[in-house]
Design a protein around this ligand. Sequence first.
Ligand SMILES: [Ca+2]
Ligand SMILES: [Ca+2]
Ligand SMILES: [Ca+2]
Length: 446
Amino acid sequence: MRSCGCTLAWLCALTIIAGGCEVEVVLGVFPPRAQIDLGQPVSPAPCLRFSPAEVVFAALPPGSAHTQQITAWNACGAAVSIQALSWRENRWFSVSGLGGTHAGSEGPIAPVVLGAHGARTLEITYSAGEAALTESVLVFHGPHDKILAELPVLANSQGPQLNVAPVAIDVGCQLKGTVTWRPVTLASTGGAPVELSNVRVTPASAGFILQRAFIPGPLEPGADRVVMVGYAAGGVGDGPEVTWDEARLEISSPDYVAPIDVLLQGFTREASCEGLRVTLMWNTPGDPDSKDEGPEAGADLDLHLRHPFAVDWFDLPFDAFWSNASPTWGNMSNAQDDPSSGPDDVDGLGPEVIVIPIPEPGVSYRVGVHYWADNGFGPSTVQIRVSIFGQLIHETSLKQLQVGELWEALDIPWSKGSVVPVTGPDGGDLVHSNYDTPCTPKACPE
Ligand SMILES: [Ca+2]
Ligand SMILES: [Ca+2]
Ligand SMILES: [Ca+2]
């Protein structure tokens, strides 16, 4: 990486650096100022503050309630407007004094303005529900949902607390006849032992099992216990639609009013866990040796798979092919609905393959074949195969293509489990001659 060439800090600050100083855009040079008047001194602490800064309730018998008063005050010289309130992880607390009582998750309120250095009394109520340590945070929002301040609230600080991880298990696809085991850790993180009365999978018929029957007992502070949950494969699904087996790992404790749940899901397949596989093969009669290898040893055709978000072929990232081999489609945080393209075959026969592990429900994908280069061997005869979860569901008849042609061959409306041949305006196959390709690594050697 080369140096940016900046010597003055204030000039460097005006330099936009992209790609490790490969691009420099100097926005201009401003004369240094002797004094910058920012008005009131700006404190890193929020203007809205509380006394006490944290609300702590002692243990109470279940069914009783206790209220504490606190002061909210504005430490700044400008007014503060409170426009919404929200609670994090709240089940037992409420706040009043800001126009009504607020116990819910989030909501706007009639704005409450605290003038410069003004104060207001709020009441926080704890309704005792269970013996476990109970923590929450009351969040105050200003205009444009800006967070003004956060107030920690807790009860039973010396009570038992159970932390369960993970909170959800997604086994994904499971081949019939196999079992996947996953650990769930129950950790005692409070000041008193947490009593575990039962751990079970419910419903019991969903394919999830416990490795061994749970034995009730206390978990001392700082201790943990691992429960192994298995997915032993439920009913085998058929067709493209994924039928999830869903269950809950239910952890019961007398210290908690409601059981703590871990969500469990998975689905089972007989032949393959690969949702969609599209394969292109071709033969070039003018190639005297179809099996020799090398850049110009045969005809180069390319398999394409388009997401409906693509406006045309070669529209990245929504046209998957060898040069855009593993784009992110669908759910950004889930790679299961992303395509992956195999290598580019450049010397004849193929196959070229594109796979999506679990395609998006309701999405229709389009398959195309582009005849990139014939290298002097003339037309080729192509065939496309489509498999869903390991079962071949469609095989095109043999189709002849010339160099430069792009055949819009098939639509695959996922969830329907069928393949629909694409037709042109005349009712025949939709083939574009001399398809105008944009710049790709093959077309723009550098
Ligand atoms: Ca050849
Ligand atoms: Ca190719
Ligand atoms: Ca994705």
